[in-house]
Design a protein around this ligand. Structure first.
Ligand code: SF4
Length: 510
């Protein structure tokens, strides 16, 4: 769909808003389905879709240029692998959308009651433990879904995810539609969950298929989209997501209904997948190692990850404080990826960036380049401050309750203290802690705390007649397919750091 066509409503509403003839609510009606929202500080946030967090070097540079050209504050990496341009002046919003669209960066379905960005394992096609690369399926399905207008006028949002490794089954199970890679008798396909989700009444979804051949993915997605469109609750937004259909019908009833939709669709009409990425070709073309100097062992333990391409090729995780990047940092990462020989970056649900393919012998140069590009950033993860995953919290989010990044900062400082007191611990523990903790500023669960080993949800409650900021702490104690469970008592905001410290100490194998 052309820019003019897909953004017509916004092009009409925003100039009226700037002239004082339309309200914020009028603008929101037009902008929300594009993932464009007014922030608490009256500036705007524009959410760019990056399917599976696969950000090409070309797109990273384009975004950096757009940030510079339009006086935008910074780019924020989200837990669903989008890039949010934050603090966009209202008078620049249309130009930002136009510039992004010209570079092939899309907004449609960035927010509102639509088909949202597809989540993909950040190491898909690269990591040592993936069954196969699921990214081409996510990209192709996105292209197909964009042709179904029904997917953009749903009762509420639909979130779809593709996961490459068996260890990610819980992530698949908490999507509205989650695909977990599986190979049976040499045939590629997916274990499929439906009707899971996070937010109000978070739930693990229903197992729809133990094995769905890969070429049936679009049929499955269309069946779920049709079912949702027909049976989702359009009267009560709070009970509109697919998991509330499951709640209403029961698991067996939902499965039966889904199968009715699935079976009435022709199984042979799909041309899938059309999108390809040959990572192996990039690996073959990687430049030789630049040198063999010693590199900081602590950094290697924390940031360097194995790939499926043997000992000589690794991925490097760049820890991004708060998930926030300046234009210069985004450009520096694009340059570094390219110098390492790869054409893309991956954005992770932990709000970090992955340099996907790096020769092990080039690690000293990568380490130096990161230190030079991020002089104020803790490349070594020596401090956890800014690295615990939180949602944007109530200072930015209009419907938020508590300032979750501030809570994350306080918890991180306490954990820094803990790690300083325990130099005997493996340096990799710092990364494990970062990956174990998630904080949301309200029950909407944008920080995905219910799938964390230690999750926190902000709210306010009356204690002795006084309304106080408190956190509900959630703990997931084993690797079974279940959500983190809330502890009975609230924890006062001020007591949260010590509480998390106790939990980390109790389960340091995390
Ligand atoms: S969890 Fe709540 S505070 Fe955080 S971004 Fe979502 S709605 Fe806002």
């Amino acid at each position: 769909m052309a820019f003019e066509e897909s953004h017509a409503e916004l092009k009409e509403a925003l100039p009226r808003f700037l002239r004082g003839e339309a309200s914020s609510a009028d603008v929101k009606h037009a902008s929300a389905p594009l993932g464009i929202y007014q922030q608490r500080n009256d500036l705007f946030m524009t959410r760019v879709r990056v399917t599976g967090g696969h950000l090409t070097v070309r797109h990273a540079r384009a975004l950096a240029g757009i940030i510079e050209n339009h006086g935008i504050g910074y780019a924020h990496l989200t837990t669903r692998q989008d890039v949010q341009l934050q603090d966009v002046p209202a008078e620049h919003v249309l130009d930002v959308v136009s510039d992004c669209s010209q570079h092939g960066l899309h907004f449609r379905g960035g927010g509102g009651n639509t088909f949202r960005n597809v989540l993909v394992s950040p190491t898909s096609g690269i990591g040592a433990d993936g069954v196969f690369d699921v990214l081409p399926y996510a990209k192709s399905l996105t292209d197909i879904m964009f042709t179904w207008d029904k997917a953009f006028v749903l009762p509420r949002k639909i979130k779809i995810g593709f996961f490459a490794s068996p260890s990610e089954e819980l992530n698949a199970a908490v999507q509205d539609l989650g695909f977990l890679a599986k190979e049976v008798d040499g045939k590629l396909g997916f274990k499929v969950y439906g009707g899971g989700g996070m937010g109000r009444e978070s739930a693990v979804g229903v197992l729809l298929f133990d094995f769905l051949p890969a070429d049936q993915v679009p049929r499955c997605a269309l069946a779920m989209t049709e079912l949702f469109s027909d049976h989702g609750n359009r009267e009560n937004r709070n009970e509109a997501r697919i998991r509330f259909i499951v709640k209403r019908l029961g698991e067996a009833g939902f499965l039966q209904l889904f199968n009715e939709y699935f079976n009435q669709l022709n199984p042979e009409i799909w041309d899938f997948p059309a999108w390809q990425l040959d990572v192996s070709a990039e690996v073959a073309a990687l430049p030789s190692s630049v040198g063999s100097a010693e590199v900081c062992a602590k950094w290697v333990a924390r940031a360097v990850m194995p790939t499926r391409f043997g000992d000589d090729v690794v991925s490097v995780r760049v820890f991004v404080p708060g998930g926030n990047l300046s234009a210069a940092q985004l450009k520096a990462l694009a340059d570094l990826a390219e110098q390492c020989g790869s054409s893309f970056l991956r954005l992770t649900p932990t709000q970090d960036v992955l340099l996907p393919l790096v020769r092990r012998g080039s690690l000293p140069q990568v380490y130096s380049a990161l230190q030079a590009a991020f002089p104020e950033t803790d490349v070594l993860l020596d401090s956890l401050v800014g690295h615990l995953v939180t949602c944007v919290g109530s200072t930015v989010c209009k419907i938020g309750v508590l300032d979750s990044p501030a809570a994350g900062c306080a918890v991180a400082k306490r954990l820094d203290q803990l790690l300083a007191e325990r130099p005997d611990l493996d340096p990799a523990v710092a990364t494990q802690i970062v990956d174990a903790i998630r904080i949301s500023g309200c029950p909407n669960t944008c920080g995905a705390h219910v799938v964390a080993r230690i999750g926190m949800q902000g709210q306010k409650t009356k204690i002795d007649g006084v309304t106080e900021p408190v956190y509900r702490v959630f703990v997931r104690s084993d690797d079974e397919l279940g959500l983190a469970q809330p502890e009975e008592d609230f924890v006062k905001e001020a007591d949260l750091p010590d509480k998390v410290c106790q939990l980390v100490l109790a389960g340091l194998s995390l």
